[in-house]
Design a protein around this ligand. Structure first.
Ligand code: SF4
Length: 315
């Protein structure tokens, strides 16, 4: 027991040293740290901005910093590079990818377009730059309905890659869409049984669900929204307790911002291993050694930026 306390104290001191160095180097190198709400708590705590994909895109586009340290997964860092190509964008762990983004590649999408000529292609931001380059307009979970409603009614729509978000948008907008059968393995782990059990324990709690969750889970929600919208909902709500059905990193933000309110995750296993790859030491390495830079060629940047710019213009 004594050893454990000693080890924990050493780790805490070590982390404090790393955070101090990060803050010093950040100033020296004119860097900004952008952190997604699904990051580990200690990474969120060093973020200059913590938010969802849309919020992070906006910050990346507007920053004056020379370096963007992106604490998230690869497609997010790529989006930052697309939006601000003159900046050095660093992903502290080069293996932090997104399994859902990897469920479709540019060739898959080209084939889909051939099968449905004349369709408007909407890509979720959780896609590679190559897939974005084949798309007409991008969306995030915050603005997907708005994006779909901006498309003329006589147009067929292809939506990639998340079938759950796609189905949610179809239900909300009343628009038919051709869906790619991708999904987020982390949100897929959340079940209706999880919600039933948590509701039995916390009957007064509101159930908040991310649209990447499956339809049966969404059907049990009091509110469906992106991570940013869930954070705002909890802040503004009179309710004191919440069951949260999304990736578990969000709990850190929710507890930090809402003293006296209770938050329970719907599932104990809705944890994205890729989002947890970033550590304080890796952020420090990124700042010290300019690792790992996101490189995209100019032609790709030009093409992939078009759908992102169209989305940003709608906001
Ligand atoms: S939570 Fe899901 S969508 Fe987000 S990065 Fe992880 S696998 Fe991808």
């Amino acid at each position: 027991m004594t050893t454990n306390i000693y080890t924990a104290k050493n780790k805490q001191d070590n982390n404090m040293d790393i955070v101090k160095k990060i803050n010093e180097l950040k100033k020296e190198r004119n860097a900004v740290i952008l952190a997604h709400c699904y990051q580990p708590g200690d990474i969120q705590d060093i973020g200059d901005y913590v938010g969802d994909s849309l919020g992070l895109c906006i910050q990346a586009a507007e920053t004056n910093a020379d370096r963007i340290i992106f604490c998230g997964v690869r497609f997010m860092a790529e989006s930052a590079k697309l939006l601000n190509p003159a900046k050095m964008v660093l992903l502290p762990d080069k293996y932090a990818g997104c399994p859902m983004a990897d469920m479709i590649n540019a060739e898959d999408l080209r084939n889909m377009k051939k099968e449905h000529p004349g369709s408007v292609v909407v890509c979720y931001v959780n896609t590679t730059a190559e897939v974005k380059a084949e798309s007409d307009i991008c969306c995030t979970s915050s603005n997907a309905i708005k994006v779909i409603e901006s498309i003329p009614k006589d147009k067929k729509i292809i939506f990639v890659p998340d079938k759950h978000l796609g189905q949610y948008v179809m239900d909300k907008s009343g628009r038919e869409m051709i869906l790619w059968p991708g999904f987020c393995p982390t949100h897929q782990r959340i079940t209706t049984q999880n919600i039933i059990e948590k509701k039995e324990q916390y009957p007064q709690a509101k159930v908040l669900v991310h649209p990447e969750a499956s339809k049966p889970v969404r059907d049990m929600a009091d509110f469906i929204g992106s991570t940013g919208q869930i954070v705002d909902y909890c802040r503004d709500s009179e309710t004191r307790s919440f069951i949260i059905a999304t990736e578990n990193g969000i709990i850190h933000q929710l507890r930090k911002l809402n003293n006296g309110k209770t938050f329970k995750m719907a599932s104990d296993i809705s944890i994205c291993p890729n989002m947890k790859k970033i550590t304080l030491q890796k952020v420090l390495n990124a700042l010290e050694n300019d690792e790992h830079q996101i490189h995209l060629d100019n032609e790709l940047i030009e093409k992939a930026l078009i759908p992102i710019d169209k989305m940003m213009a709608l906001n």
